[in-house]
Ligand binder design. Structure first.
Ligand SMILES: Cc1cc2nc3c(=O)[nH]c(=O)nc-3n(C[C@H](O)[C@H](O)[C@H](O)COP(=O)(O)OP(=O)(O)OC[C@H]3O[C@@H](n4cnc5c(N)ncnc54)[C@H](O)[C@@H]3O)c2cc1C
Ligand SMILES: NC(=O)c1ccc[n+]([C@@H]2O[C@H](COP(=O)([O-])OP(=O)(O)OC[C@H]3O[C@@H](n4cnc5c(N)ncnc54)[C@H](O)[C@@H]3O)[C@@H](O)[C@H]2O)c1
Length: 463
């Protein structure tokens, strides 16, 4: 059994831990799939590259309203797909090559295969070449991420469905696509494929899309989406079958039984942590009810010397969180006498759909549930000069603040460039800048989009 100073399992954010400071450590990296993990290969990066082209494809339909007539002549799917993966795949391959063969990594052994704990700090690896190797180490980093959940719908396994892992590599654009689910992945791919001209049906279990968002955001988005896509709310999916060339879903909803036929079915009902694949229980590592590895503020698991980061331990399932935690684990490995804690106070997210959505801090529902005193203010994009230029009629910024201190406790945006417009609000919350101080303590470029934030801040009625 080979012994290491450090074993890292997973090459998503786990792969960023190693730098020259680890040159004297004997390190093993274990990866069962494509180097670089979810974000690079099947997540954030390719999806946003598709979203950018979808935004372009959607522009002619929007610009006629402003007196600029143009037409969408076509979407060259195969060319878009091959350009995107022609850029990403070599990055993944280059990362693998670097870790496996570059002189910088002379102290690193890469094992390509599935790692599973057999006892505390003992990992058995089923290598891709069919052999098995068992390794052990003083320290471990669990960075094995999460995977797509497939719901238990009778017939689903036999009809041929896609997930976010496969949908971006379709051979050709379908005419009709059904998306089962109503979260991040559903909202982003519905925008991508509908902008390319695909007829999209979205099936939601509950009465709203993106219902984890602030209620005002979720209800505005649900009504905008329902005008563009065939949105079926409050539906239970009871069965799936093939009907000729179509995938048929049998649903039950407010008006009884119905069927939806489409050429392609995308299943997007969430992700689950890979703690079971890794058999962390055999490694003595505690998991919570959701299967996430339990960590303390220093990213330490229940076993001394074993750290975890990213989707395997984080309910946020976001790349910027995995990256932050990876920096914390890196520091704590190198500085055991002065541990740093992760900062999860203000974790933002954005949904790159149309319109974009971005959020940080408490929703109004959460603020009410917390029992704390708060004030809220809303500013429409339509009320600022750049909103006039865009003739935007649906976007808004909603802020929540503590009236006693002036500190922001939540910010929610639906509208153009929401993911960028929200950044100064994240900064203010992270550094404790008061709402009115933020509004009046700096210039706001006129007439630019962030004026929507300035005006929302000024509307907050503080003590
Ligand atoms: C479609 C999609 C779009 C997304 N878009 C965004 C976005 O825009 N912004 C954002 O912040 N987040 C986004 N995310 C989420 C983001 O991709 C994840 O939060 C992030 O990649 C998690 O990183 P990680 O390092 O924890 O895990 P991963 O990147 O998943 O890495 C885990 C690695 O571990 C390997 N592994 C797993 N089990 C084992 C084992 N037993 N043995 C060996 N290797 C193993 C896996 O093969 C994988 O390579 C998106 C996710 C999806 C699916
Ligand atoms: N822009 C981003 O940051 C981004 C983009 C994509 C994904 N992600 C990450 O990936 C994770 C996974 O995304 P996702 O959209 O798959 O999950 P999600 O948790 O965002 O949404 C899943 C949705 O499916 C619904 N659902 C669950 N079971 C169902 C069933 N049996 N039938 C119908 N609906 C069902 C849920 O109610 C929920 O609305 C997200 O949590 C997110 O953190 C992030």
């Amino acid at each position: 059994m080979r012994n290491f100073d450090l074993v890292i399992i997973g090459t998503g954010s786990g792969n960023s831990i190693l730098d020259p400071r680890f040159k004297d450590w004997n390190v093993a990296v274990v990866e069962k799939g494509t180097f670089g993990g979810t974000c690079l290969n099947v997540g954030c990066i390719p999806t946003k590259m598709f979203v950018h082209t979808a935004d372009l494809a959607a522009t002619p339909a929007l610009s006629a309203r402003l007196g600029v007539d143009s037409t969408l002549d076509g979407v060259r799917w195969a060319e878009i797909r091959d350009r995107i993966f022609g850029r990403i795949d070599p990055i993944a391959a280059g990362g693998r090559e670097y870790r496996m063969h570059h002189a910088d990594n002379a102290n690193v052994t890469v094992y390509e295969g599935l790692g599973q704990f057999t006892s505390p700090k003992v990992l058995q690896i089923a290598l891709n070449d069919g052999s098995t190797e068992t390794i052990t180490a003083e320290k471990f980093v669990l960075a094995a991420g999460s995977r797509v959940v497939v719901p238990d719908v009778p017939g689903l396994a036999d009809v041929g469905y896609h997930t976010s892992d496969t949908i971006m590599r379709l051979d050709a654009l379908p005419q009709r696509m059904t998306i089962l689910g109503s979260g991040f992945v559903a909202a982003e791919f519905a925008h991508v494929f509908s902008s390319y001209g695909v007829d999209v049906t979205v099936i939601a279990r509950s009465g709203a899309l993106l219902r984890g968002e602030d209620e005002d955001i979720s209800s505005r988005f649900t009504s905008l989406a329902s005008a563009k896509w065939d949105v079926r709310l409050d539906r239970k999916t009871v069965r799936a079958e093939r009907a000729g060339d179509s995938v048929r879903l049998h649903l039950e909803g407010p008006s009884g039984a119905e069927v939806v036929d489409s050429d392609v079915l995308l299943v997007a009902v969430g992700r689950q942590p890979n703690s079971d694949l890794l058999d962390v229980t055999a490694g003595g590592i505690t998991t919570g009810p959701s299967g996430h590895v339990v960590v303390d503020e220093y990213q330490r698991t229940s076993v001394d010397g074993v750290y975890a980061l990213g989707d395997i331990s984080s309910p946020y399932e976001l790349k910027h969180v995995a990256n932050h935690e990876s920096r914390i684990v890196q520091h704590n490995l190198l500085n055991p006498a002065s541990l740093q804690a992760s900062d999860h106070r203000f974790v933002p997210h954005a949904v790159f759909t149309s319109p974009q959505i971005a959020s940080v801090g408490l929703t109004e529902r959460e603020a009410i549930a917390s029992g704390q005193r708060y004030v809220a203010a809303t500013q429409d994009y339509a009320g600022i000069a750049y909103g006039w230029a865009m003739e935007d009629t649906t976007g808004f910024v909603k802020l929540l603040a503590d009236p006693a201190t002036g500190q922001l406790i939540g910010a929610h945006i639906l509208g153009p460039q929401a993911a960028s417009v929200i950044q100064p609000l994240i900064q203010a919350m992270s550094f404790g800048l008061g709402a009115h101080e933020m509004a009046r303590g700096q210039y706001w470029i006129h007439p630019a989009m962030p004026e929507v934030v300035e005006n929302a801040l000024l509307k907050l009625v503080l003590d």
